[in-house]
Design a protein around this ligand. Sequence first.
Ligand code: GUN
Ligand code: FE
Length: 420
Amino acid sequence: MDFVLRGCVCDCIDKERIDARERAYLVCVGGKSAGVFDTLPERFAGLPCTDCGGSLIIPGLTDLHVHASQYAFRGLGGDLQLLDWLNANAFPEEARFADLGYADAAYDIFVQDLLRSATTRACIFATVHTPATLRLMEKLEKAGLRALVGRVSMDRGCPPSLCESDAETAARDEEEWIIRSSDFKNVRPIITPRFVPACSDALMRRLGGLREKYSLPVQSHLSENLGEIELVRSLAPDAECYGAVYDKYGLFTGSTVMAHCVHSGAAETELMRSRGVFAAHCPECNANIASGVAPVRRFLNAGVRVGLGSDVAGGSTLCLFTAMAMAVRCSKLRAHFTGEADAPLKTEEVFYMAARGGGEMFGKVGSFEAGFDFDAVVIDDAALRSPRPLTVRERLERLIYLADGARIKAKYVAGAKVFG
Ligand code: GUN
Ligand code: FE
């Protein structure tokens, strides 16, 4: 259905510009945006118009890295380092997803909460379990969200309950899952080697083959934590950098998302740029499990594609406004402690990363520019009281920092109302 929304529209133009307008018209035609207008053009005058009053309307956001299977323990273990945290929190929880009843209940909560957030698209890690992963995909599809969902591949360095017996079995299970996933329309499979320490070379090679055979995207973790990087160096001593291990097996492409990249050096950054790999910046997780702060300014300057991830449960919240605020804060701490000339990130840049930057993984997503998919979120910020009138731009900035005050009133994905 074609329609018009009227409200205070904040559009993401580019890394430097947010277009914030009082009481503008936002037009949806055929599931795509037809643009934002101060005066409704004659040709759209006959379309039904929903007046959202003084509410803010922003493009749907993309969570470029989140573990649905870890949602139940968010907020726990934030005082550990990555490898200890995986063993203490992540692996025991993920093992529970062998039980489809548990997975059903856990994924229900995750999908319901994701639906009520400002996120319209997400790159999601499930677990190694095929039935549970398919259940998650069903729930996301039913909710009307668009997602890339990964059944997590791992055949070493993890507890026996999560570890595939060998690379051949792992690849066979993966292919069977890919085939069974083809029934979904808006939720698609993504090849998901957990990270190099959990995937043998034989498994990586097979996953590279499946990527090519089925033309699938890829997601994984990269250069997150110093302990992990040391481990990778011992497992792949001949690789020029951590990212080169994925690249060797054809897993480092223009439809690959690598989470974190906190310690990516010049060679790895250039490899990401040249392949078109997306970096999913997850600042809250990086602070929680003591990984550091990714050199995002360097990535942006180098032309690496960057989006934001909540990385629940390394991160504690699905809220991408919080991820945006954390990205700004952490960039300031990085500049302070490294003494580098890196300028901290601006509001425009973090809004861009959460909207268009990550959205690019899904095509033309994350803006109201004509021709982009109509993903829109209507937000009531009346709880953020002010004794003086604020501009629309100021209201958006406060929302980013004071996300608790945001009430999501309605959400549209590719022109379909999925919430509100
Ligand atoms: N590296 C490998 N697995 C994980 C995970 O579950 N979370 C994070 N943050 N890093 C990882
Ligand atoms: Fe992660």
